[in-house]
Design a protein. Structure first.
Length: 322
């Protein structure tokens, strides 16, 4: 299938001097990156004391594996984003995509999750990609990821219903969400949103292969996040296998609810409520569940900083010397 690529900067053999506007934009990008890193660091510092007290009761093997599971989840999710962006134009590859996606995603620590998408668009533009392409890829991945999370959240249905019956509406949305993943429907829906935002519509229909890869990477990411939470909770010896299943579902519910709490930085507070509800249903006390929810948030911040820093460093090292 031949696609019409969105306009992007063409490569040139001779490096042209930067204009004043380009230099100003570079400064603004660096200020934005430093600002979001600062917000992430502030979150880390504010909760570090309680996090460390909680982690002192957890075996170092469990806490290390828990962090590694989170890092793996972020890397797998990034693969889905890169696949989606690659389908919209000339392939950019995982390393280049990771730099844009992961560094840009730190914007979620600034109140108002829109900052993550804006920063991704600017980093993409800096790498020679059209802002519209980055925005569209992120938009589609978000939609597919939410549907995947709703499906996985069925694993935590008993705990969610017992603690908050009104949350049933989340599960009612599953059939609707799955229907919207049909290539024809998803292409139409994405183009409609783009038209509303005064952006060019998609120039080709999305394929089952691409949608399947994005859905699969999102599902794998939820599962790995569940492993992360279970490794922490299992350290007190109560959750077991049933607790593992609940933890996977809990992370899917928590991350979905946190995504829609866009006013709060990275869904702070909302995500923990879902985690505590499921952990208490698996046998933990409210105090233990709350402590692990706080520890989970701090570990998410650490994992975000590690993966974003690693992606930026890798891209820097791989950049051609001029």
């Amino acid at each position: 299938m031949t696609t019409v690529e969105m306009p992007e900067e063409s490569s040139v053999a001779v490096k042209q001097p930067k204009s004043t506007k380009a230099k100003i934009l570079d400064v603004v990008r660096w200020i934005a990156i430093l600002a979001v890193v600062g917000f992430a660091a502030e979150t880390l510092v504010a909760t570090w004391g309680e996090f460390w007290r909680t982690l002192s009761d957890v075996a170092w093997e469990s806490s290390t594996l828990s962090l590694l599971a989170l890092i793996a989840a972020i890397m797998v999710s990034t693969y889905g984003w890169q696949v989606m962006v690659d389908d919209l134009g000339k392939p950019i590859g995982y390393a280049r995509g990771a730099q844009i996606c992961l560094v840009g995603s730190l914007g979620k620590y600034v109140p108002g999750s829109v900052w993550a998408y804006l920063l991704q668009m600017e980093l993409g533009r800096k790498a020679g990609l059209a802002r519209a392409r980055i925005f569209t890829g992120s938009l589609i991945q978000l939609g597919v990821g939410v549907v995947s999370a709703l499906v996985v959240s069925l694993l935590a249905a008993p705990a969610v219903f017992s603690n908050s019956p009104r949350a049933m509406w989340l599960f009612v949305l599953i059939p609707v969400g799955l229907a919207m993943l049909h290539p024809r429907v998803l292409t139409w829906g994405t183009s409609l949103v783009l038209r509303i935002l005064r952006r060019p519509p998609l120039d080709h229909r999305l394929s089952w292969s691409v949608i399947g890869k994005v859905f699969g990477s999102s599902t794998a990411a939820w599962a790995l996040q569940g492993v992360h939470l279970w490794l922490l909770a299992n350290s007190v010896g109560t959750p077991g296998f049933s607790g593992f299943v609940l933890c996977v579902g809990a992370m899917a519910v928590a991350m979905t609810v946190g995504t829609f709490a866009f006013i709060l930085p990275s869904g702070v507070g909302v995500r923990e409520v879902a985690q505590v509800a499921v952990l208490t249903a698996s046998g933990l006390t409210v105090g233990q569940a709350t402590a692990f929810a706080v520890a989970s948030r701090v570990m998410f911040t650490v994992a975000d900083l590690i993966t974003a820093g690693g992606a930026a460093l890798s891209a820097r090292l791989a950049a051609p010397r001029v």
